[in-house]
Ligand binder design. Structure first.
Ligand code: VAH
Length: 310
């Protein structure tokens, strides 16, 4: 039985729905600090849960008969720079609470997302490798990189089967993003449809690694369903699908909405974006467990506009 923590967030909603389709609604307990996202209502069990309350979390794991935990709750890069202590505390203690309980209750698997935000300005900008110089300059990146080493520690020392992916910026239409630097790539679609114009908070040539949510959900499930012996990276896997800049995605949207216009007004998030690589090398994930993306910028743009217009 699976517990999804952070189920009402941008990734959590879609991951919960996907897991319910595979394992059955009753076998996936959704939880969040916030009230249930309306897309989840009526699709399966939901409990209110604060991942920072280790005792309550432990009680729920036992009471619900949980055997796997997917931990999506986190403070993302942009919000994290405004609340460094909260971001460190939630991102770090939340993970440690889950790892401790996974060890004590001998849970069969744990999923925890990392991010390309672990890379810093000294990491290679193009085709950034799985293992390289990694010196994060955001609290979010620091917490995710430290978390990767905790996952590796719990796997090697206690045998906890915890698995992780370094998500690029994720684009989706089903639920709102959670305060990330890449959120412009979601906002731009809503603004293009509603106002035919977008004031972008990043410079036009800010090239970043990105992925469409259906690819990210499939990557997560394929990683978790792979035989344990194939998962040789127990910190976190680089995965990639595409890279683009605001002007690239604006041009793609213009193919469908010719009157769309964009303006560039960089804010504090530009500094965060500048510290990240422009593209990622995900050969290790491709070789270890067969990762293979399906959506490029053109296909994602068509799918986003079609679903947001309906
Ligand atoms: C963020 N969407 O912007 C997240 C992600 C790589 C970016 O980690 O913080």
């Amino acid at each position: 039985k699976i517990l999804v923590i952070g189920a009402s967030g941008q990734i959590g909603v879609e991951l919960t729905l996907a897991l319910r389709k595979i394992y059955g609604a009753g076998n996936v307990v959704a939880s969040d600090l916030r009230e249930q996202n309306e897309l989840l209502q009526g699709t399966g069990p939901y409990v209110s849960l604060d991942v920072m309350n280790k005792e309550m979390l432990h009680v729920q794991v036992i009471r619900q008969g949980i055997t796997q935990i997917y931990l999506l709750a986190a403070i993302l890069s942009a919000t994290g720079e405004k609340n460094p202590n909260l971001a460190w505390h939630l991102n770090m203690q939340g993970l440690l609470n889950v790892l401790d309980i996974a060890r004590e209750e001998k849970l069969s698997k744990v999923y925890w997302p990392s991010s390309i935000a672990v890379f810093g300005p000294t990491s290679p900008k193009n085709d950034c490798p799985q293992r390289t110089i990694i010196e994060p300059t955001t609290v979010y990146g620091i917490s995710k990189y430290a978390g990767e080493f905790w996952c590796n520690y719990f796997f090697n020392k206690y045998g906890v089967d915890v698995r992780s992916l370094r998500y690029p910026g994720l684009i989706s239409y089903k639920s709102a993003p959670g305060g990330g630097t890449t959120d412009y790539a979601i906002e731009i679609f809503h603004e293009a449809i509603e106002n035919k114009h977008y004031d972008c908070f990043l410079q036009k040539d800010t090239f970043l690694p990105m992925m469409y949510m259906p690819d990210a959900i499939r990557a997560t499930i394929e990683l978790m369903e792979a035989p344990s012996e194939k998962i040789k990276t127990r910190t976190s896997y680089n995965i990639s699908a595409m890279s683009f800049s605001p002007e690239n995605i604006a041009a793609e949207i213009k193919k469908h909405i010719p009157e769309f216009t964009i303006n560039y007004e960089p804010d504090y998030r530009q500094t965060i974006a500048n510290s990240w690589p422009g593209s990622i090398d995900d050969n290790v994930a491709r070789n270890d467990w067969g990762w293979n993306p399906k959506f490029d910028l053109s296909a994602m743009t068509i799918d986003m506009l079609t679903n947001l217009k309906s």
